[in-house]
Each structure stands twice: as structure tokens, then as C-alpha cells.
Write a protein that binds this ligand. Structure first.
Ligand code: PGA
Length: 268
């Protein structure tokens, strides 16, 4: 499976900043062995899409990385009186992916597994690829895989995914992001979390794949990329990417600096 590197810009970047990032990224990355998704704020998606389309003529003869767009959230309903919300169909006009259930949304917006299930169904209905974020909130134990973490992940997977159909070639990405590992980039200050041990993450990704097999059967489960996220930097990216169970990375803070993000992409 081709490695997938996803940038989650969170609430950073104006339109101008986002487009400038994309231009630099495209200039610096000339490899095709990796798929890149930029999860940008809603406000920047349209300009980024325009920039990507514009580039496709100019860069046609060059080696170009596969860069596509993602949103960071969407509403579960198709339309209606939900002031300030964005529907799956609105996202689909501009992006191919959407983050679902990021731990910051679970925490700040009280998103439940039942809601995430609805959002996945709504995303699939318009052909969007949901990136379902799983997080272990129970304390990360020193042991390689603690039964508490397994239990929590198993429950999240069941609650979010039972009944989801893949009959029409729907796609899905899973991102495992232990809560204590996610850094917080605030106004100027970066608080780094504790990046999880790559071997431990590989074990957990293996566990997640077995769960997906139980829910969807082996053929579907094998197609689902399972990523790691949490304090990924260019210094530790390779250690995760070397593990065959880890199919890619979800990068927050380190995706805000284009040079650092390029280094991460190049460590594939
Ligand atoms: P981080 O964020 O890389 O800054 O830890 C990851 C995420 O929240 O998706």
C-alpha cells in the first residue's frame, strides 16, 4: 500500500498562507511514491483547489506528487437550519477527504461515536473519504499493548463502523492518535506531546486491522490505510514509516512549516 501523509492544519493559515504553502510544497516535492492530503480550513479549500488545477497544466511534464485536499470536519445532516455548518456535499465540491472525530472535536465539541457513525455514512453518500480518528484516552501504559487501550479502540471501532457499507467501493482511512501524544500549537507556543513508541504503534495498528477484518471481512479491511498521528516530526517520521503495519502519518504542528513537512514526506 502506498504511504499516505496527511497534514492537519487545524485553525491555522489564511487563504494567502495556505496557497503559498501549497506552491512551495509542489516545488520541493518531486516524488510520486507517496500520497499527500492537505486538511485545510474550509475557507482555504476553494483557493487551494484552484491552485492545484492551475498547476496540472503547467506541471504536466514534471514529476508531480499526488496532492489532494481534505476538510477537517463536516455536519452529519445533508442540509437544513444549521447555522455555521458545512455539509458533506459542500465539502465534496472542493475536497476528497474529511477528518471525522478528531480528538479535539470529541473534546471541545462533545462529538459522540453515534454522531461520528452518522458523519461517515453522510460522507460516503457523496463519495468523500472519511479519515476516522481513534484515540485512546485511558492512560498509555508502558506495556507494549495494554488491554485498556485495546478495549477502548475496539469499542470505538464497533460504535463508529458497524453497519457501514462498502458495497459501492466506498473508501475509509483510520488514524490512531493517542491523546497524550497530540501536541498543541497555540498562539505562538508549541507544546509537544509524547510521540508514541513506533513498535507499540505498529502493534496497535495490527490490532486495529484485526478488528476491521472482524467488522468488514478481510478483503475490505486490507484496503483501509491505518495511520499514526501525534507529535510526528522529521526526526521520528521514518521510524513509524518503516513499520509495515503503519500505512502513513497524520501530522499536525509539524505540517505548518513547509520545509519540515517536506522533510517528513521525503522520509517515506
Ligand atoms: P500533532 O497533531 O502532530 O501536532 O501532534 C496531530 C493531530 O492532532 O492530528
Amino acid at each position: 500500500m502506498k504511504k499516505l501523509i496527511i497534514a492537519n492544519w487545524k485553525m491555522h493559515f489564511t487563504v494567502v498562507q495556505a496557497v503559498s504553502f501549497l506552491q512551495k510544497l509542489r516545488d520541493q516535492v518531486q516524488i510520486t511514491s507517496v500520497d499527500i492530503v492537505l486538511c485545510a480550513p474550509f475557507t482555504a479549500l476553494s483557493a487551494l483547489r484552484y491552485e492545484l488545477q492551475k498547476g496540472s497544466g503547467t506541471f504536466a511534464l514534471q514529476v508531480r506528487p499526488n496532492i489532494v485536499l481534505g476538510a477537517q470536519n463536516m455536519h452529519a445532516e445533508t442540509h437544513g437550519a444549521f447555522t455555521g455548518e458545512i455539509s458533506a456535499a459542500m465539502v465534496k465540491e472542493l475536497a476528497q477527504y474529511v477528518l471525522i472525530g478528531h480528538s479535539e472535536r470529541r473534546r471541545h465539541s462533545h462529538e459522540t461515536e453515534a454522531l461520528l457513525h452518522k458523519k461517515i455514512v453522510a460522507a460516503h453518500a457523496v463519495g468523500l473519504i472519511p479519515i476516522l480518528c481513534l484515540s485512546a484516552t485511558v492512560g498509555e501504559k508502558k506495556e507494549l499493548v495494554s488491554p485498556f487501550v485495546e478495549k477502548e479502540l475496539e469499542q470505538q471501532l464497533k460504535d463508529c463502523l458497524t453497519g457501514i457499507s462498502f458495497a459501492n467501493k466506498e473508501k475509509l482511512v483510520i488514524a490512531y492518535e493517542p491523546e497524550g501524544s497530540i501536541s498543541s500549537v497555540g498562539t505562538g507556543a508549541i507544546t509537544t506531546g509524547n510521540a508514541a513508541d513506533p513498535r507499540r504503534v505498529a502493534h496497535i495498528c495490527f490490532f486495529i486491522r484485526r478488528q476491521l477484518e472482524q467488522i468488514f471481512g478481510e478483503a475490505v479491511a486490507q484496503q483501509i490505510p491505518i495511520l499514526y498521528g501525534g507529535s510526528v516530526t522529521s526526526a521520528n517520521a521514518k521510524a513509524y514509516l518503516q513499520e509495515k503495519e503503519i500505512n502513513g502519518l497524520l501530522v499536525g504542528g509539524a505540517s505548518l512549516d513547509v520545509d519540515e513537512f517536506v522533510r517528513i514526506v521525503k522520509s517515506v
